[in-house]
Write a protein that binds this ligand. Structure first.
Ligand SMILES: NC(=O)c1ccc[n+]([C@@H]2O[C@H](COP(=O)([O-])OP(=O)(O)OC[C@H]3O[C@@H](n4cnc5c(N)ncnc54)[C@H](O)[C@@H]3O)[C@@H](O)[C@H]2O)c1
Ligand SMILES: CC(C)CCC[C@@H](C)[C@H]1CC[C@H]2[C@@H]3[C@H](O)C=C4C[C@@H](O)CC[C@]4(C)[C@H]3CC[C@]12C
Length: 372
């Protein structure tokens, strides 16, 4: 076997998806000599990874700082850029979201060009397509399905702009004279170990005596994908980018697996049900106009309270529109272009996520175990 020689850089490597990718790369990329993990906040678990044959280099840095990015990219063969500000709840300002997601991506591209790094994978999002604010359904769509993408919210707007920068950079000459090869992966809603929104719903259910109340009709389907499969797709596409530059360069791929098409809440119950929660109601308990009113009220309160405190509930007009609009993908483009097959079956993805929720503080499972 060839001696390991590749240097990979993962930005945002300490985030929800990033930590899965880091472990996946260490397990499945035998050519890896060094793995650089670049993040604003480094995590203690990185220390545990230092013991293997691959050099794991933790780099505390900010993608908005060109010199920090340049230093991290220098000498890397492959960059997987997933650092970003993921916020649809109004926790961060639109300016911060734009700066980190768009300017940060620009800095990454420029650093690749200057350093002679040829392969760049960008973690985009299904939200660069939709759902749009008009509530148009995207039903089992693929990368070529026409859809009216309308970006009013800062997060999807920033992801769309950043993705465009990455795709336009494909073919640019990097230092040394060779072309840059880029592509973008578009995960749908990711779930799995470490998924904070799932944990928030779980805690809310515990506070409500083990119940959640249906807000969205079960007929509205929402695309979901297991975090391990998203990480796996990144590993595969990064490997294939070099072998099939002409085919993969400048392409976008939805991230998908065999997770069932269900409404956002019904899907969550696949995980939270076995953790002891129950979803009350076969139909939404509140009429849509009332939910819309509550969402609008939350937005108003957020604005009024901003000088005093951060009020950022899960329900706002944007999250309601997202949850209430069908958006599901059905595609085999990633399979055709780089042989992607999900590494984890739905059963395994579900079991792993359930185990993780059950292990979180204050879980019903723990309370029952303590009582028995
Ligand atoms: N979670 C999802 O459902 C989902 C779906 C589609 C796409 N994505 C995309 O996947 C990527 C990872 O998302 P995630 O859910 O793991 O989010 P996350 O917030 O858990 O991880 C993002 C990481 O980026 C880091 N980061 C933020 N700002 C930074 C900066 N200025 N410089 C360096 N690092 C910075 C954070 O510290 C964090 O570790 C994002 O680009 C997101 O847009 C996520
Ligand atoms: C009306 C309430 C009861 C339910 C609110 C659910 C809401 C918090 C959920 C619904 C859809 C979720 C988003 C969706 O899964 C896809 C993405 C794309 C990704 O890039 C970032 C996360 C995000 C925006 C999910 C956030 C949580 C949402 C809005």
């Amino acid at each position: 076997m060839e001696a390991p020689k590749l240097v990979y850089l993962v930005t945002g490597g300490c985030g929800f998806l990033g930590r899965h990718l880091v472990r996946m790369l260490l397990q499945h990329e035998p050519r890896l000599a060094e793995l650089r993990v670049f993040d604003l906040h480094l995590e203690p678990w990185l220390e545990e990874l230092q013991t293997g044959p691959v050099q794991v280099t933790a780099i505390q840095g900010d993608v908005t700082q060109p010199h920090e990015v340049a230093a991290a990219v220098s000498g890397a063969h492959v960059v997987i850029h997933m650092a970003g500000l993921v916020d649809v709840f109004g926790r961060a300002s639109p300016e911060a979201i734009h700066h980190i997601n768009v300017q940060g991506t620009h800095n990454i591209i420029e650093a690749c060009v200057q350093a002679g790094t040829r392969f760049l994978v960008y973690t985009s999002s299904m939200e660069v397509v939709g759902p749009n604010i008009k509530g148009h359904a995207f039903y089992r769509g693929n990368e070529d399905t026409p859809y009216e993408a309308v970006h009013k919210h800062p997060y999807p707007r920033s992801k769309a702009l950043a993705e465009k920068l990455v795709l336009e950079a494909n073919g640019r000459e990097v230092r040394g004279g060779l072309p840059l090869v880029t592509c973008a992966l578009r995960p749908t809603g990711i779930y799995g170990e470490g998924h904070q929104v799932m944990r928030d719903f779980y805690r809310q259910g515990l506070r409500l005596g083990g119940r959640l109340f249906r807000a969205i009709p079960s007929s509205v389907e929402h695309g979901r994908v297991y975090v391990g499969n998203v990480a796996w797709m990144h590993v595969l596409v990064a490997q294939e980018l070099e072998r099939s530059s002409a085919r993969l360069g400048g392409q976008v791929y939805f991230c998908y697996d065999q997770s069932p098409y269900k409404s956002y809440e019904d899907f969550n119950m696949e995980i939270l049900g076995p953790c002891g929660l129950r979803l009350v109601g076969t139909r939404p308990l509140l009429p849509y106009w009332l939910l819309l009113l509550l969402a609008g009220l939350n937005a108003l309160l957020q604005w009024l309270l901003r000088p005093l405190l951060l009020y950022a509930p899960l329900l706002n007009p944007y999250t309601l529109a997202m949850a209430n609009t069908t958006f599901t993908v059905s595609t085999d483009k990633a399979h055709r272009h780089f042989g992607y097959e999900p590494l984890f079956s739905w059963e395994e993805s579900r079991a792993r996520t359930i185990r993780w929720v059950q292990s979180t503080e204050g879980s019903v499972g723990k309370a029952q175990a303590a009582g028995s």
